[in-house]
Design a binder for this molecule. Structure first.
Ligand SMILES: [Zn+2]
Ligand SMILES: [Zn+2]
Length: 366
């Protein structure tokens, strides 16, 4: 098994981001990522995929697309498509059609930032969660989107501060001085509850976690600087894939391995800023062996094992219920007696409080 760390949601000037692919790749190399997938709004940019190298290393850059219906109001229900190798924006007005077209093209589709809170008073602060629920057949959920989490947390803070009395100027000041890492606690509980609900319906729902980096400059008086730079965000919430084979530097070979792991959910979401999450493992053993995203047989000898890269509060969850827990440990073992989707969450102390750290994809016991 080979672990690679990547970020799968970011923007360039092809939509509303600041930096182009080569510069973003340089930032990703600095942050220690193995791969990135650039997902501009409603445009699939081709011709830029490949390995980008600097003196510090290399990163594999791939392109997907973040699709939404631009005439929808608000412009909610953002969809992340990977591996479709074609433009999908024309399908945006019909969410089910978009999902079907992505699958038909051999791609994988994820609901981006499914739940978020609206920011009061500013038009671009609308709730951009997923609103079109009469759908089926998508690959999974973006369970943790760093910038969307930040926006929701700011909304929570502002709602406590009697936002109606605040001016837009004060809001801008607040945005500038806030330290996002102090606000970020974990994925939205509503998103995790949605995930558990979909899993309890017997669906296979993969999870990814991303930055949604735009590198947007922020002006305040004479000061103009990049808030939440790409590199900062690439050190925060990432998707860690467990590959069946090692990357070998051949773009087609490596891309196929990465896309297969994304589609299968052989992955966990790690908040690497709190503490590096490389090395986390969740595996199951019965007659066969399996990792996150796999199916294994529930027999009398089935066991599930968790190994965390640092001491953490570890809990194993089946359909929203904690079935096993270990506090301040590196390991957790559980003998499952019921079929179902078992997933793992690890919480860790960071910046003075316990925060979400690792969210595994489920192992499906059948
Ligand atoms: Zn979005
Ligand atoms: Zn985005």
């Amino acid at each position: 098994m080979f672990e690679v760390v990547g970020n799968m949601h970011m923007h360039t000037p092809y939509s509303d981001g600041e930096k182009y692919h080569k510069e973003i790749a340089t930032d990703a190399i600095r942050a220690g990522l193995d791969f990135i997938i650039v997902t501009d709004h409603n445009v699939w940019v081709h011709g830029v995929e490949g390995y980008y190298e600097t003196d510090e290393g290399r990163v594999l850059l791939l392109t997907g697309e973040e699709v939404h219906h631009t005439r929808r109001n608000p412009q909610a229900s953002h969809f992340l498509a990977y591996g479709a190798e074609k433009e999908l924006a024309c399908y945006a007005p019909n969410p089910q059609g978009l999902i079907d077209a992505t699958r038909a093209a051999g791609g994988y589709g994820f609901l981006a930032h499914p739940f978020e809170l609206a920011l009061p008073l500013i038009p671009e602060g609308s709730d951009l969660g997923w609103h079109d629920w009469d759908i089926d057949g998508f690959t999974g959920l973006e369970i943790w989107n760093y910038m969307s989490s930040f926006k929701s947390e700011v909304a929570r803070v502002l709602s406590k501060m009697r936002i109606r009395q605040m001016t837009y100027r004060k809001l801008r000041l607040l945005r500038r001085v806030l330290h996002p890492e102090r606000l970020i606690i974990g994925p939205e509980p509503e998103t995790l509850a949605l995930w558990d609900e979909l899993l309890s319906q017997g669906k296979r729902i993969a999870a990814i976690g991303n930055s949604d980096a735009h590198g947007t400059p922020f002006g305040f008086g004479p000061i103009r600087r990049e808030i939440y730079p790409y590199e900062f965000l690439f050190r925060a919430v990432n998707t860690h894939l467990i590959l069946r084979d090692a990357l070998n530097g051949d773009v087609a070979h490596d891309k196929a391995l990465i896309l297969a792991a994304i589609g299968q959910g052989n992955a966990f979401v790690g908040y690497d800023m709190a503490y590096p999450t490389r090395g986390f493992r969740f595996s199951g053993q019965s007659q066969g062996k399996g990792i996150m995203g796999d199916e294994i047989k529930l027999d009398a000898g089935a066991t599930l094992q968790v190994l965390a890269p640092a001491k953490a509060n570890i809990r194993m969850i089946r359909y929203g219920e904690v079935v096993a827990e270990a506090k301040g440990e590196l390991n957790l073992t559980h003998i499952p007696i019921e079929p179902g989707a078992y997933r793992v969450e690890c919480l860790i102390m960071y910046e003075g409080m316990e925060r979400g750290w690792i969210y595994s994809n489920p192992i499906y016991l059948v």
